[in-house]
Design a protein around this ligand. Structure first.
Ligand SMILES: Nc1nc2c(ncn2[C@@H]2O[C@H](COP(=O)(O)OP(=O)(O)OP(=O)(O)O)[C@@H](O)[C@H]2O)c(=O)[nH]1
Ligand SMILES: [Mg+2]
Length: 380
């Protein structure tokens, strides 16, 4: 996709920034009603409009031509050299135009030179002020100096109503005029290059001595006879061959130039995107830092608030709590002791019984009595 770079030029408050916004379809530039200069430096923005990358350079508006020459022109020229714009929009607001104002415009145009004027379209803003008139009606009513400006720009003009920026027709129509002009200028450039090359070729094509035409050798055609005819044919062939070769080379150079331009455009876009990402990254870092700061602040506030509450706590209540805890501990200790006592008693009882049984087994009398008892049971 080829990029189209457009520069907005005009007096203060003419509606340059507003027109840039209408063209790009977003509020990229600051536009405002003010008696002072609103845009103070050149700025560049771009967007895709009707499947075309449009790059707009907004410039500060002039008060008069000497101010333009000293304060604005150097920076504008710098931007022109850097961005190589294809089109300049001379922004003029519909309304009363003083003779002085038009003279200023004429002076500035003169200073900018033919190359800029060749790529210039007059963009009338505040089209809503035309009301029921056409732009042609307005131009007819205007004084001759305004007509002169239009003539200098070879009758290229367009009307914008920036208060109705959603009107797509006015944008599409301007882009068509711009693209037609760009194409026309490119064709003219190619043609003049070709012309220059042909002239150079003619100058360089000093025909070698041995194949010079008979008249150039100082001899009449009659003197030379049929051999001259052969030489003439050879010369024509050589010229044809050279012409073909040059044309081929020109075509290759043009294609290479186009490729280089495309690469440069891509690089520039990548740089812009990188710049944007860096900005985003920085913003994210700043935001995170800000958030951390806030969290720390909140933590300190919470700590500060917590302190007096701790200080304010009732000592009696604290004592009661501690007492309660001690009571519970005591109760648990008592229960545990009781349980232990019970277990010990049980074990003692078991031990007593076991001892008794052992004693009975150890006594012989007791044993005899037991045997007697057993035999008596058997007899019966
Ligand atoms: N009604 C109407 N007002 C417009 C139109 N275009 C611009 N304006 C108003 O004109 C005022 C000046 O517009 P800007 O775009 O800031 O003019 P500027 O040429 O950029 O001015 P500087 O930056 O100071 O050189 C703003 O209030 C715009 O809203 C238009 O088509 N119609
Ligand atoms: Mg502005």
């Amino acid at each position: 996709m080829e990029k189209l770079t457009i520069v907005l030029l005009g007096k203060q408050g003419a509606g340059k920034s507003a027109s840039g916004n209408t063209l790009l379809g977003c509020d990229s530039f600051l536009a405002a009603a003010s008696s002072k200069q609103v845009t103070r430096a050149c700025s560049v923005r771009h967007a895709t409009v009707d499947q075309q990358i449009i790059e707009v350079i907004d410039t500060p508006g002039w008060g008069d031509s000497s101010q333009f020459d000293t304060e604005m022109k150097p920076n504008i020229i710098k931007h022109i050299n850097q961005y190589k714009p294809q089109v300049f929009l001379l922004v003029l607001p519909i309304g009363r135009f003083t003779v002085e104002e038009t003279k200023t415009v004429l002076n500035i145009l003169k200073g900018l030179g033919d190359e800029v004027i060749k790529s210039m379209i007059v963009l009338f803003t505040k089209g809503d002020d035309l009301e029921n008139r056409t732009i042609e009606d307005y131009l007819k009513e205007s004084h001759t100096d305004l007509e002169k400006i239009i003539q200098i720009c070879e009758k290229r003009y367009h009307v914008f109503n920036n208060k109705n920026s959603k009107d797509r027709q006015q944008i599409t129509s301007l882009l068509k005029k711009i693209n037609d002009l760009v194409e026309k200028n490119e064709n003219t450039k190619v043609m003049s290059e070709q012309k220059k090359m042909t002239q150079n070729r003619q100058a360089d094509n000093s025909v070698p001595e041995k194949i010079k035409s008979p008249t150039e050798n100082g001899k009449s055609l009659d003197d030379q006879g049929s051999t001259d005819g052969k030489e003439r044919k050879e010369l024509e062939k050589l010229q044809e061959f050279t012409k073909e070769n040059m044309e081929k080379q020109l075509k290759t150079i043009k294609e290479e130039l186009k490729l280089m331009q495309q690469k440069a455009d891509q690089m520039e876009q990548l740089q812009q995107e990188q710049k944007f990402l860096n900005g985003l990254n920085q913003k994210f870092k700043d935001l995170t830092r800000e958030c951390m700061k806030n969290v720390k602040k909140q933590l300190t506030t919470m700590k500060e608030e917590g302190k007096p509450m701790q200080q304010k706590a009732d000592p009696n209540e604290q004592l009661q709590q501690e007492q309660k805890f001690l009571n519970e501990l005591n109760q648990k200790l008592q229960d545990f002791t009781k349980e232990c006592m019970k277990n010990m008693e049980k074990q003692l009882k078991t031990m007593k019984e076991e001892r008794k049984q052992m004693l009975q087994k150890a006594d012989p009398r007791e044993q005899l009595q037991q045997e007697k008892k057993k035999s008596k049971e058997l007899e019966t």
